[in-house]
Each structure stands twice: as C-alpha cells, then as structure tokens.
Design a protein around this ligand. Structure first.
Ligand code: XUL
Length: 513
C-alpha cells in the first residue's frame, strides 16, 4: 500500500494529512497549533509581538518544533508511517529564512537524539523571519519600482509588493549589512522545511518562487538584473528553481525516529495557495477558489498569462502546470474571530443565527475589519471601517455587515481574474453556512465545498503522489475533491448585491485613508 504524506506549514499552525490514492481514502491527519501547542515561542497566531504594526516576523525554529511535534503526534496516533511512499509540502508564502555557511553541514548530519530546533538554530544568520503579514517595506518597494520600472510586474507577475521576499531582503541588506553578508542561503518557508527533510539544499518551485519579485515567469529562472537591483550579490544566495515540483531528495535518516523510512522520496515544496488550488481540485480554468484562512485569498488557474491592471493581484506558477492568478486579503479569519468575540456571540450565532435575523443587503450597512494594515486594497492605517455606528449595532447586524463587505471586496478585486460561475470554498470558514450563501449571492455563482478544509495539505500530498508515484492530478482529484456541498445563488439576493456594488466600491475606496 503506497501512502502519501502532505504537510502544510501555514501562518498559525502545521497540518498533516495522509492519503491512500489507490483506495481513494484519507488515512489520517494531525495538526499543531503554534500558539496553543508551542507557547514557549511567544508566537500566538504565528507572529512575534512588535510595537510597529507594519512589522510581522515569526521564529523559524517554531516551524521546526512544529514539524517534530506533528510527526510525533502521527506516530503516537498509530499512523502507518512506514508505508509512506513520498512526502510533499506547502508553506505560507513570501516568508524567508536566512542561513549562514554552517547550514549545509548541520542539516546533512542531524542527530535523532536531539530535536530539530536545537540543532538548526546555529545555522541562522538572522534570528527571525519576516512573513507575509509584514507591510514595512514601502520604501524598498518604491526604490525597486524606480530601479526596474514596469518590467517588474510584467516579468515577475507582480509589482513591488511589501510582503514579497525581494523587498524584504532589500530592507535586511540595507539595515543589517553585516548579517546579510553572513547569509549564504535565503530560503522560503517551503524550501527551508523541505531542505531540513532531505538534509540538503532544496530548490524553490515556481508557485512559491513567484511570490518573491525575483523570478522571471518568462524564463522560469531568477531574473539576474532584478536580483542585483534588489540587493548586492543576491543571486548567489538563492536556491535553484524547480520549474515543476519533482522528487528533490530522499528523507533524512533523522526522521526514522518517527517510523518513516530514511530515503523516502520528498517532492519540492510549494506555497500554500498553489497547493490549495491543486488540493481543491480546481486546476481547470472555469473554477475559482476562495480560501478563507488567516488570509482570505481568491485564485484560479489562468490561460494565457496576464497581470492585474490594478496592481493588487499576482501571478504564480501552478504545480500542476501553467500559471494561476491570486488576490490576497490580510484580514481573514482572525478579523472574523475578533468581530465575533467583541459581539459576545458563539460561532453558531456567527455562522447561522446572524443571517436568519437579518436580510441580504443589510440596509447597505457595511464594515471592513481592517484590524491589521490591509493588502487589498492597500491600507497602512489599521482599524475597522464602517458606514454606520458599528459599536451600537446588534451583533447580527455587525456580522452581516462584515461578511457582506468581505464578499463584495473579494468580488471587486477578483474581477481581473475572471467572472466565474463556480467557486470552490476552502479553509476553516468554509464550514460557515452564512458565509457560503453570501458568497454565492454576491458572486452570483454556484458555491461548492470539498470534504477537507485543509486543501493545502491535501494538495501537498497530491503533489507527492504525482511527483513520486506518477499518479495524474485528475485521478487523485476525482477521488479526494468531489463537491460535498453545493450552494446555489438566490436570484433576489443576487439582485440586491448587484445593485449595491457600485456604491460599495465607492465607499471602500473612500475608506482606505
Ligand atoms: C498570498 C499570501 C498569503 C500567505 C499565507 O500571497 O500572502 O495567502 O500565503 O497564507
């Protein structure tokens, strides 16, 4: 029996799923929550505290501690890890790990008697990792735009973006030149964890690599001119590119302590969004995915290659071939949770009761929960925006105002990707009946969910099955991603939203400052 293990190192935790493609069955899964399970790293929500709301870093050793713990949990639960035929993985996008000259020797000789974090810590040339939530590189983005011009977006799929790795590296090289000089290798979260698994230097795939403002999507290689404009000597510090995830190495003997076999093929890791597209069974270009996690993202496979005229969205490589477009919203599940908690209600109320007690359109009361500086649209001064007295309103009015506004902002900023008749909704909030119906009505589209909300971990397992087992994506998707729920748009509600969209867009634009 050949089983495939998929891992997803996301913002708030690490998830694992084990699948059996021959039987079309999920075997088991496990998860680690960074804040609850590893409190000694002081990263509740996956982020270190910082007085500057624009700076968001995490501790890369936390991700390694979580890798040890999730494998330990799988072993303790009796998961048949000896039957794992290959491992795949996904990581939160854009986050970067800075490593010194000792990294290759350290990962090549990991001792099973010690944990990963203790052994790998001396290989860091920068103790913390900027992650995708960081918006502190406005100056560096302006400098890169000035140096490279419009070619940056045309060649890399995105204009200079604050959270993207290139501007982050530029800021580090400018502010800490000595530590930058000591850095021999800069990995993404995905390629860092993959390197530790194989005990070597893993490549970066084009799905995650395109989130760096450094990869030329025409050649599928690093763009030397852009790399040099970003930071001196950067090209030599970047791993190689794997144009399409393939088997990149064998599992380090360190992991035999969890019952996995040394030498098990490991596929090149990718970003959580490209993996999620694969794991949602949406590699076709007539289906878009709405992923409702720490970030809310809207993405779809695209043909032919095109970039966002409004300069918010991105183009990434797609692990199953070709390209995908994506628009990302920073205030996703954490913002919804804060609105729920401040309204003093439970999730049943948020997901269902609030929508039974109010009507679609909410009398045009909208609220955008920009508690953190927002990415789409660009908002640097955080704070909730509402066009009514939010604090004085009933919980159900506040909740509908937030859910409808989030659905309308998703619609507004995804139009460049296309007008889709089918949306696959994934991520934690895909369990919410109120959110699903609102998305169906606002997009005037059929909304589908699949059996797992962990589509990135599933996608990672599917990538491993394809890369190592040669199993076609369509075949695994047919077993693991059929729709389990279908929600249809309601004509009356869809009309209400179509009528208020122009006014909403006007209000959203005027609320950015
Ligand atoms: C995508 C993005 C986020 C992260 C975290 O561009 O920044 O979705 O991948 O999930």
């Amino acid at each position: 029996m050949a089983l495939y293990l998929g891992l997803d190192s996301s913002t708030q935790g690490l998830k694992a799923v084990l699948i059996d493609p021959a039987r079309g069955e999920f075997v088991c899964g496990s998860a680690v929550h960074f804040g609850r399970d590893l409190p000694s790293y002081h990263c509740p929500g996956g982020v270190l505290e910082n007085p500057d709301p624009l700076v968001k870093h995490s501790d890369p050793m936390l991700w390694l501690a979580a890798l040890d713990l999730v494998l330990q949990r799988l072993q303790d639960a009796g998961a048949p890890l000896a039957q794992v035929a290959a491992i795949g993985g996904a990581g939160q996008q854009h986050g970067s790990v800075y490593l010194n000259a000792r990294f290759p020797a350290i990962v090549a000789s990991l001792s099973p008697g010690l944990d990963l974090a203790t052994q790998v810590a001396p290989a860091l040339s920068r103790r913390t990792s900027p992650i995708w939530m960081d918006s502190s590189t406005g100056t560096e983005c302006a400098e890169l735009t000035c140096a490279v011009g419009d070619r940056l977006q045309v060649s890399t799929g995105s204009p200079a973006i604050e959270r993207f790795t290139g501007p982050q590296i530029r800021k580090f090289a400018k502010n800490e030149p000595k530590a930058y000089g000591d850095t021999q290798r800069i990995h993404l979260v995905s390629s860092f964890l993959c390197s530790v698994l194989i005990g070597g230097d893993a490549p970066i795939d084009t799905g995650d690599g395109a989130g760096m403002n450094l990869l030329n999507l025409g050649t599928l290689q690093w763009d030397g001119e852009i790399a040099e404009a970003t930071a001196p000597g950067l090209l030599a510090k970047l791993p190689r590119i794997d144009a399409r995830p393939s088997v990149t190495g064998g599992l380090s003997p360190y992991f035999a302590k969890y019952g996995l076999s040394a030498g098990t093929p490991v596929a090149t890791w990718t970003g959580d969004n490209p993996a999620s597209l694969v794991g949602s069974g949406a590699s076709r270009d007539d289906v878009a995915v709405v992923s409702l996690g720490t970030s809310d993202t809207f993405f779809a496979a695209i043909h032919p290659y095109r970039v966002d005229p409004d300069r918010f969205g991105h183009v990434f490589g797609l692990p199953s071939g070709g390209f995908m477009c994506l628009t990302c919203f920073k205030n996703g599940s954490l913002a919804r949770d804060r609105v729920r908690a401040e309204a003093g209600v439970d999730w049943d109320f948020f997901d269902t009761t609030a929508f039974e007690k109010t009507a679609p359109g909410n009398d045009r009361r909208w609220a955008l929960p920009w508690f953190e500086p927002e990415i789409t649209p660009l908002v640097t001064k955080p704070g909730l925006r509402a066009n009514f007295d939010f604090g004085a309103a009933a919980p159900e009015v506040r909740i509908r105002a937030v859910v409808e506004a989030q659905a309308m902002t998703l619609r507004t900023h995804s139009l460049w990707i296309g007008n889709f008749k089918t949306l696959r909704v994934t991520g934690g909030a895909s369990q919410s009946a109120g959110i699903l119906q609102t998305l169906a009505d606002v997009f005037h589209a059929t909304v589908e969910t699949i059996s797992t909300a962990d589509s990135a971990a599933l996608g990672a397992a599917m990538i491993a099955a394809n890369a190592a087992g040669g199993i076609p994506y369509e075949k695994v998707a047919a077993s693991f991603c059929p729709p389990t729920r279908t929600i249809f748009p309601r004509a009356d509600a869809a009309r209400v939203y179509s009528e208020c969209l122009p006014a909403f867009r006007h209000w959203e634009a005027s609320s950015q400052l």
